[in-house]
Write a protein that binds this ligand. Structure first.
Ligand code: NAD
Length: 472
């Protein structure tokens, strides 16, 4: 069994002061694979002190210097691409293609930060004032398990570009990936303390970051419940927060849509990262007269969701991350049945032919009402709720009838109608007739999907504070 017993503090791989040990279970074999010695509050305070000591140098670093660091971070991560992919597949049980795209996304975020830096004006004039965008200070980065490298890299790239320093607290469920990623980042040779990595529990390390007076800002990605705790407890020291939280995205199919295109897309977006994605399109809204056709199309295309060995290139659906998450998804499936939704396919239990592993059957419910548990709560598994509407106005009303507002999808042939619906959907990102990538466009949620935006100038400015200087 692998033993992980180092943290990364002040440029060194150090033994934790914390003594609590977490056993990681392999999501396919269901056997223990690693033991992780976790950080405690003392480790966290050491990491914060190191980041605080590094900040003055970061604050004064030139644009050119930051570009060099970002390039070195990119190169160091890219150099170990294959190992990073393999570790992610093994730790999460996710399909290799998803791991590959996550690793690419992670090293590319350093290049995107370089692009941003090239054009960004840290100083502007407003009338008689010189306005300087100043780095905030020490940033607490708290990330979820579901795309570990990507979240760490995208947030760290903004920390470096802005001239801040950081304490990173990744999910304890990603400890193997984090250990390898820390080795890569160390290779980049940034000054000691600029970033520190303390893997530990949320209510220990995360809570210490949230209350510590030397943390100026928290950039958090994770559940809405934990995001609210961070916003509340961080208020005691008036921390700035960026919160990227949960979602329950609607995918609206207008009645003129080509179902042969839209249904495979719907199955794809509901099952991103085996359904464990904040942006998964888990509510499919269809015009009531189209329901029978939609059902037939779902059954026709269902085979594109293929659970199995994550290393098999034909696999498109991996495991749930833990036994607990698997059980949680099963409970949602039972709730759907108990509340009267009709199971079109899937359901409880492991898919046929798989002897072990936290695999969930791709599951589609029809005749779902939007007030049902499965339509309102984030399931984080490959479970789709099909909901009918009468006209476009009702589709918009149902789509927006949720506490979340992270992402939405709309498909249809009439460009005027899809644009009209898109403009009315309350979501941080709306995709029309497909899925797209624009890394410099803002990303983040309305309502309880979050606070603030990441990526591009919007993301960079979340690490900066304007200062007006007059009389100069
Ligand atoms: P989580 O909220 O349980 O944990 C996220 C991080 O917060 C972990 O590092 C955890 O240890 C830490 N944490 C837990 N309790 C804490 C506390 N009291 N104080 C400080 N930190 C604490 O989420 P998860 O299960 O790791 O990830 C899944 C969730 O993340 C889903 O809700 C998903 O929608 C959300 N998510 C959102 C986005 C987005 O960009 N909006 C992206 C990915 C995931």
């Amino acid at each position: 069994m692998k033993i992980l017993n180092t943290l990364y503090i002040n440029g060194q791989h150090v033994t934790p002061h914390g003594t609590e040990v977490l056993t990681l279970i392999h999501p396919v074999s269901e056997q223990p694979v690693a033991q992780v010695r976790l950080a405690d509050e003392e480790d966290t305070r050491l990491a914060i002190a190191a980041a605080k000591a590094a900040f003055p140098q970061m604050r004064l670093s030139s644009r050119q210097q930051r570009v060099i660091w970002l390039q070195r971070l990119h190169d160091a991560v890219k150099a170990r691409e294959a190992e990073l992919v393999e570790t992610m597949v093994d730790e999460y049980g996710c399909p290799a293609a998803f791991a590959q795209s996550t690793v690419e996304r992670s090293y590319n975020s350093f290049l995107q930060a370089i692009d941003l830096l090239k054009d960004y004006s840290f100083e502007t004039r407003v009338g008689k004032a010189k306005v300087v965008m100043e780095p905030l200070g020490v940033v607490g980065i708290i990330t979820p398990w579901n795309a570990n490298y990507g979240f760490i890299a995208s947030k760290l790239s903004m920390v470096i570009a802005s001239g801040c320093s950081a304490v990173i607290k990744p999910s304890e469920l990603s400890a193997r990936q984090t250990a390898l990623f820390a080795e890569c980042l160390h290779e980049a040779g940034l000054p000691n303390g600029v970033f520190n990595i303390v893997t530990g529990l949320g209510n220990v390390v995360g809570a210490e970051i949230t209350r510590h007076p030397d943390i100026a800002k928290i950039s958090f990605t994770g559940s809405t419940a934990v995001g609210k705790t961070i916003a509340r407890d961080g208020a005691a020291t008036l921390k700035r927060v960026t919160l990227e939280l949960g979602g329950k995205s609607a995918n609206v199919l207008l009645d003129d849509v080509d179902l042969d295109v839209a249904i495979p897309l719907a199955l794809q977006v509901m099952s991103w990262n085996s359904g464990q994605a904040c942006i998964a399109g888990t509510r499919l809204l269809v015009q009531e007269n189209k329901l029978e056709e939609v059902k037939a199309q779902i059954l026709k295309h269902l085979s594109i969701l293929r659970p199995g060995d994550p290393r098999d290139p034909k696999t498109t659906l991996g495991t749930a991350v833990t036994a607990r998450q698997y059980q949680r998804v099963q409970e949602f499936i039972r709730a759907g049945i108990a509340e009267g939704a009709e199971l079109l396919c899937g359901g409880e239990g492991r898919p046929e032919g798989l002897a072990s592993g936290y695999f969930v059957k791709p599951t589609v419910f029809v005749n779902v009402r939007n007030d049902m548990t499965i339509a309102q709560q984030e399931i984080f598994g490959p479970v789709l709720s099909v909901i009918t509407y009468r006209d476009d106005a009702e589709a918009v009303q149902i789509a927006n009838d949720t506490v979340y507002g992270l992402q939405a999808y709309v498909s249809g042939k009439d460009a005027g109608r899809t644009a009209a619906v898109a403009s009315q959907l309350i979501a941080g990102r709306v995709f029309i007739n497909g899925v797209y990538d624009e890394p410099l466009a803002p990303f983040g949620g309305f309502k309880q999907s979050g606070l603030g935006r990441e990526f591009g100038t919007y993301g960079l400015e979340a690490y900066l504070e304007p200062k007006a200087i007059m009389g100069q």
